[in-house]
Design a protein around this ligand. Structure first.
Ligand SMILES: NC(=O)c1ccc[n+]([C@@H]2O[C@H](COP(=O)([O-])OP(=O)(O)OC[C@H]3O[C@@H](n4cnc5c(N)ncnc54)[C@H](OP(=O)(O)O)[C@@H]3O)[C@@H](O)[C@H]2O)c1
Length: 286
């Protein structure tokens, strides 16, 4: 059996391909599923800024095209393809289109989600529950299935899946979402193990509250409460998630696979009570 320092061990370690620090995805091809708005759109733009040609996918073709046009206007390469991540033929054809357009696939970000509105578990419609699982669990499975086949043809690649803090802990009223995101974390670990020795890394991000159109629509009080729940007392931005995804997709993270990366201002570290009482003493004034 080979150990670190022996020739057999060294033969298994591949140096990451050279890439500039400012353009770590230069010359690569990245696919973002769920790229029509929010975090997915910001990450597609970040991939392009990092030097990648980007394939953007979602159901809303007009919204996708406007993100792609923004990338092209900045001198990047981008192609918008309408796709439904829960449909096997659609996902297979999406990956084939990426290969037809750019000749290879190096990175993928599976970011799409859909599902029921928040409600106590017994009040959730079974068909709505199925929609949440179909987008998150089946969608991530299908995405990886076809992306991995394409990446094996290109000599390897990286996949980042989108979970949530709500895939690591329970959140009241979000049965389908929590089950779906926990399923994504499980799928990520299996894929990372299945392909670790074939040049494919698979990781998953678990953001806390991020300011996208959902929280913008909820208004300032919802934003204030979300900020207070984070130890940093602020909400995260789509670009903060995007930068973590780029790093996980780049050679800078070459020895990281199967990881669940929190992007939550420290929330997953534990509890930070606003004021701490001391044994036998009344709570000090605020
Ligand atoms: N915002 C947060 O606070 C937060 C926190 C943790 C995790 N997340 C996760 O981050 C991701 C992005 O969330 P977001 O807040 O930016 O906005 P979002 O509107 O929830 O983004 C979802 C994306 O998925 C696409 N999508 C939905 N169903 C699809 C399907 N069947 N096939 C293809 N694409 C589909 C949507 O586009 P179309 O409607 O055009 O298809 C959209 O681009 C989600 O996975 C979410 O769970 C968000």
């Amino acid at each position: 059996m080979s150990t670190p320092g022996t020739p057999g061990y060294a033969a298994q370690t591949a140096p990451p391909p050279a890439a500039g620090l400012d353009r770590p995805m230069q010359g690569r091809v990245a696919l973002v599923a769920g790229a029509s708005k929010g975090i997915g759109a910001a990450t597609a733009e970040a991939f392009a800024d990092a030097g990648a040609a980007v394939v953007l996918a979602a159901r809303d073709a007009a919204a996708l095209e406007s993100v792609a046009q923004k990338i092209r206007a900045r001198g990047g390469r981008a192609t918008a393809i309408r796709a439904d991540v829960s449909d096997a033929d659609s996902v297979r054809s999406l990956v084939e289109s990426a290969l037809d357009t750019y000749g290879r696939l190096d990175a993928a970000f599976n970011n799409a989600t859909d599902g029921p509105m928040p409600a106590p578990l017994a009040e959730i419609d079974p068909a709505e529950f199925d929609r949440g699982i179909a987008t998150n669990v089946r969608g991530t499975f299908l995405g990886m299935k076809y992306q991995i086949s394409a990446m094996l043809q290109s000599g390897g690649g990286t996949i980042v899946n989108m979970a949530s803090r709500a895939g690591v802990i329970g959140v009241a009223g979000l049965a389908a979402y929590v089950a779906g995101k926990a399923g994504i974390i499980g799928l990520t670990k299996v894929a990372a193990l299945d392909y670790a020795d074939q040049g494919i890394r698979v990781n998953v991000v678990a953001p806390g509250t991020i300011l996208t159109h959902h929280l913008e629509a909820a208004g300032p009080e919802a934003q204030r409460q979300a900020a207070l729940a984070s130890p940093m007392h602020r909400i995260g931005s789509p670009s903060e998630v995007a930068q973590a995804v780029i790093w996980l997709s780049s050679p800078a993270s070459a020895y990281i696979s199967g990881a669940v990366i929190p992007i939550d201002g420290g929330q997953s570290a534990g509890l930070k009570p606003p004021r701490m009482y001391r044994q036998g003493q009344p709570l000090p004034p605020a």
